[in-house]
Design a protein around this ligand. Structure first.
Ligand code: C2E
Ligand code: MG
Ligand code: MG
Length: 916
């Protein structure tokens, strides 16, 4: 820095003064972060301008401005500006950056060498210069180097510098360059006013003024990190700066004139110092590589944490959030930063707050690094509840973490799926009610509670729909399902919140009633359910009233789950057995009956195979002629231990188990074969279950064909109730049977609930008056009326035959004859006969009929051996007359038939042999 001539001074002073005003204005307007530094800077500028003004004043006064007051002003300006820069650095973390200081020193040394060569060394070697002048002249390069060092130090720690910082450094560097240029020119005596260097000074002032007024001057000096890493540009500047002292040294040595010691001293010292500084700088490079490696590891770890789908977080010992990874935002819609210093429990589900606190406390008191695992529910910002599986590692001892490291996995969906699966495993998919497994479990728990508190009543209801099969078969499974759903809903509506309704399968429902109920309330609820079901349910375009049978059982102190369910089932069965559509409360006697039934059921399944089933024949007699017209085939079961079991007992069991179908077929085939051999007609009882089987028609046709029995000799006896089960289908089936020629009889006529009008829909040939009405005929006039009414009803059905059942007395016989009843069967006429006895009887009667010129239905075969009858083989021989001589070819040899045809049939015997 050196004074200049007067001509251009006015412009410098003006430019400098403007820069001062701009900077002060900037400080006032922008209130900068580095306010003090800027004020010192403004002071420095002002000192410079003062120097310029003093210099100008000296020149104007015609005096030599050198070695005036202008010198200290100029120097103070330089020092103040360097101080201002140092203060900026001090006010940032960059002050700790030792390597930036080294780099700045290298640059300053290079500048110093240039100043040495250009200014200092010539000054020292000039004997004409006075010592005072020499001191003042040397002060300028020293201050310049100081300012250069300050600028370099600032730039070394600046990344992403603001426009103001750029202009400040640029202006100062321009000023330093211009000043060096000026000093050299001045020393060589080449400086003239208005030289280009003046322009450089003016430009420098302008740029510095702009730096002071720009809005970015308000910002903090921008330091992104304390980093000793060397960028490419910095490396280039450092390289040039470090090379400068040795180059100057070499130039001096190789120069034209022999170098003086003084000329060598400066560059030599600078070279040595630069070398030492460069060595120091190398350690920073090594450290930088190490830091870089460490940082790479950290970065990887950070990337893992940042991108993990699990929420990773740190909470302190008190459960206050210290950190949450970005997944916190994804999982809960919460901003991680907003939650720092908030308690984790403050975002927990209210029910989980205390358990979460306990879990965190326990995790923090476990040994260092030990992990614990727990689940908790946290609240998302959208109001949803998310479930987390948390693994908490105790890192309280770790200085950096100083808390619990949490890895939280969102398991909401997993839990929901598990809940769905378990719901499916324990619920009926059709009705949504509990299934058998869950129901049993609930009963189990209820019984446990009852054991603790015997006041707690536990009752189980078993609900079974009556004739549900008819809905399923008649209206389709869709309708059946809709009905079951409606039934489920209605049952639930009759219950309290704590009760359980279940669907056990098919049309079976169950109800568990718990807690202090008044005695007998279970029955009341059962009746309420029955009533609720009675209200018709709309299924498709039909309204169906549902009838159910309900069994009720109440637990006692010794009840078990299995026992309770079984007892309710038994009671339900009893309700069905005793008329359906009713409620039955369990009684221990029912259990014996049920087990009895169960053992019969087991035995019955082997009855056919073990040959214990047989058929007997009860003759049906023409009451006018006394001749046997045919017989009704009746099944008999000779139980190996219990003796003969009546059909009233085993037929219902066979119907329930479905055994009735093979059993019925067996009877049908044997009866047809028998009629073919014996002659006459045969009536076979068919239950509703058989009738509903799709193979029924084919079975009948096949039995007739195999036996070669004319269809008109077979009568299918079906009860009124069975007829009503599925009226349309039944009507069609009956029509088919009649088309084939088979005759249809309504059995037990008068005992069902059907109206006459209803019965008229069916094509029926025979009506069999139930024995209950015949029994009424013994004298009393009421019975007479009843029998007459039944006879009239039968007549109006347009039937060809009326058969009275159960004739036991002569009086009944006489009355029936009087009433015009043509046919009858009963103990008076004959008990059901074993096959041989029956044959014998028919043979006699056929002869008689022939003689009397009556209708004769002679045998069509001579032997059963030709008829391929179904199993069982062992007993089959019993039915064969002539052993297994093989099937006879061609038409049956009519020996027996012929004999029968030619024999005489007498009047109806007064008594017939009986087996019953
Ligand atoms: P049902 O078809 O009305 O048969 C007549 C029943 O009255 C027979 O009883 C017969 O022995 C009995 N009976 C005949 N005469 C008299 C009498 O004078 N007084 C009295 N008190 N009873 C008399 P059984 O053989 O015990 O059969 C009972 C019922 O079992 C039958 O009534 C029939 O509905 C059913 N049943 C018998 N065998 C079969 C069969 O193979 N299949 C089917 N589905 N049902 C059968
Ligand atoms: Mg019958
Ligand atoms: Mg009958």
């Amino acid at each position: 820095m050196a004074p200049r001539t007067v001509g251009s001074e006015g412009i410098y002073v003006a430019a400098g003064a403007l820069a001062v005003v701009a900077t002060v204005g900037g400080i006032i307007a922008h209130r900068p972060y580095h306010a003090t530094a800027w004020m010192i800077h403004a002071g420095g500028l002002a000192a410079l301008v003062t120097g310029e003004a003093l210099w100008w004043q000296q020149l104007a006064a015609g005096e030599d401005p050198t070695r005036s007051l202008a010198d200290p002003a100029y120097l103070a300006g330089g020092v103040l500006m360097a101080l201002s820069l140092a203060l900026r650095v001090r006010e940032t973390v960059a002050v700790r950056d030792v390597f930036a200081s080294i780099d700045a020193s290298i640059v300053a040394l290079a500048g110093g060498v240039l100043a040495w060569v250009a200014v200092v060394e010539p000054l020292l070697g000039d004997p004409t210069v006075t010592t005072t002048d020499r001191i003042w002249s040397l002060a300028y390069p020293v201050v310049d180097v100081l300012l250069l060092a300050a600028v370099a130090r600032l730039l070394c720690c600046t990344q992403g510098a603001t426009p103001s910082t750029r202009m400040l450094s640029g202006g100062l560097l321009l000023f330093l360059g211009a000043d060096l240029w000026f000093q050299v020119a001045e020393r060589l005596g080449r400086y003239e006013e208005g030289a280009p260097v003046d322009l450089a000074f003016m430009l420098a002032y302008t740029v510095l003024g702009a730096a002071g007024v720009d809005a970015s001057m308000a910002e903090q000096h921008h330091v992104t990190s304390v980093d000793s890493q060397i960028g490419r540009r910095r490396l280039m500047v450092l390289g040039i700066a470090a090379l400068l002292p040795p180059m100057v040294l070499i130039a001096e040595v190789l120069g034209i004139e022999a170098p003086t010691k003084a000329a060598l001293a400066g560059p030599a010292i600078a070279t040595v110092v630069t070398f030492v500084l460069a060595l120091l700088r190398m350690t920073s490079v090594v450290r930088s590589v190490e830091t870089h490696t460490a940082r790479a590891g950290e970065d990887r770890f950070e990337a893992l944490v940042e991108h993990s789908s699990d929420v990773i977080g740190v909470v302190d010992k008190e459960g206050m959030i210290r950190y949450m990874s970005p997944a916190f935002r994804t999982a809960l819609g919460r901003e991680p930063d907003d939650h720092v210093n908030m308690a984790l429990r403050s975002i927990a589900h209210p029910d989980d707050v205390s358990t979460l606190t306990t879990h965190l406390y326990q995790a923090a008191t476990r040994p260092a690094h030990a992990t614990s695992r727990f689940e908790t529910r946290l609240l998302a910002t959208d109001g949803s509840i998310r479930e987390f599986e948390v693994v908490a590692a105790n890192l309280v001892q770790n200085e950096v973490v100083d808390g619990l490291a949490l890895t939280m996995r969102d398991i909401t969906d997993r839990k929901a799926l598990a809940a769905e699966l378990s719901h499916q495993a324990f619920h009926d998919s059709l009705t949504g009610l509990a299934n058998r497994a869950l129901f049993a479990d609930r009963v189990d728990h209820a019984l446990h509670r009852r054991r603790r508190d015997p006041q707690c009543d536990v009752a189980v209801l078993f609900v079974d729909l009556d004739d549900f099969k008819a809905v399923n078969d008649g209206l389709g499974h869709g309708a059946g399902d809709a009905l079951l759903r409606a039934v489920g809903e209605r049952i639930v509506r009759c219950l309290r919140v704590g009760d359980t309704a279940a669907r056990l399968g098919g049309d079976e429902f169950a109800v568990l009633l718990e807690d202090d109920r008044a005695p007998g309330e279970a029955t009341t609820i059962a009746n309420r359910i029955l009533e609720a079901l009675h209200v018709p349910v709309s299924v498709g375009d039909m309204d169906l009233g549902v009838v159910a049978s309900i069994g009720v059982t109440v637990a006692n102190s010794g009840s078990s789950t299995v026992g309770l369910l079984r007892d309710a089932d038994i009671a339900m069965y009893e309700a069905k057995r005793t008329g359906k559509g009713r409620v039955c409360v369990f009684d221990p006697a029912m259990r014996d009956m049920a087990s009895d039934r169960l053992s019969l059921q087991t035995d019955l399944s082997t009855a056919i195979e073990s040959g214990n089933l047989r058929t007997v024949y009860q003759p049906i007699v023409d009451l006018q002629t006394g001749l046997v017209r045919g017989a009704e085939a009746l099944s008999r079961w000779a139980h190996p231990d219990r003796g003969d079991i009546p059909p009233d007992v085993f037929i219902p069991i066979a119907e329930q188990t479905g055994l009735i179908v093979p059993m019925g077929e067996w009877t049908l085939r044997h009866a047809c074969a028998e009629a073919a051999v014996t002659g006459g007609t045969v009536g076979v009882n068919v239950s509703g279950v058989q009738f509903a089987a799709p193979t029924f028609l084919a079975t009948v046709a096949d039995a007739l064909e195999v036996a070669q029995l004319p269809p008109s000799r077979l009568t299918i006896e079906i009860t009124e109730t069975a007829l009503m089960a599925d009226t349309d289908a039944t009507a069609v089936l009956l029509d088919h049977l009649r088309d084939v020629g088979v005759r249809i009889a309504i059995d037990d006529f008068g005992t069902g609930y059907c109206s006459l009008a209803y019965l008229q829909r069916f094509a029926v040939d025979i009506v069999k008056i139930d024995k209950a009405f015949v029994a009424e005929l013994d004298g009393a006039s009421k019975g007479d009326r009843l029998a007459r009414t039944i006879m009239q009803m039968a007549d109006s059905l347009d039937v060809t035959m009326v058969v009275a059942e159960g004739i036991e007395t002569e009086a009944q016989l006489a009355r029936l004859r009087d009433l015009g009843c043509r046919y009858g069967q009963g103990y008076l006429l004959s008990r059901p006969l074993e096959r041989d006895a029956y044959r014998q009887l028919v043979a006699e009667h056929l002869v008689e009929a022939r003689n009397a010129g009556a209708e004769v239905m002679a045998p069509v075969r001579t032997t059963l051996a030709e008829v391929p009858l179904p199993a069982p083989p062992p007993r089959l021989e019993d039915f064969m007359d002539v052993g297994r001589s093989g099937p006879a070819a061609g038409p049956a040899p009519a020996s027996l038939a012929d004999a029968l045809d030619s024999s005489e049939l007498g009047a109806m015997p007064g008594s017939l042999s009986s087996t019953h």
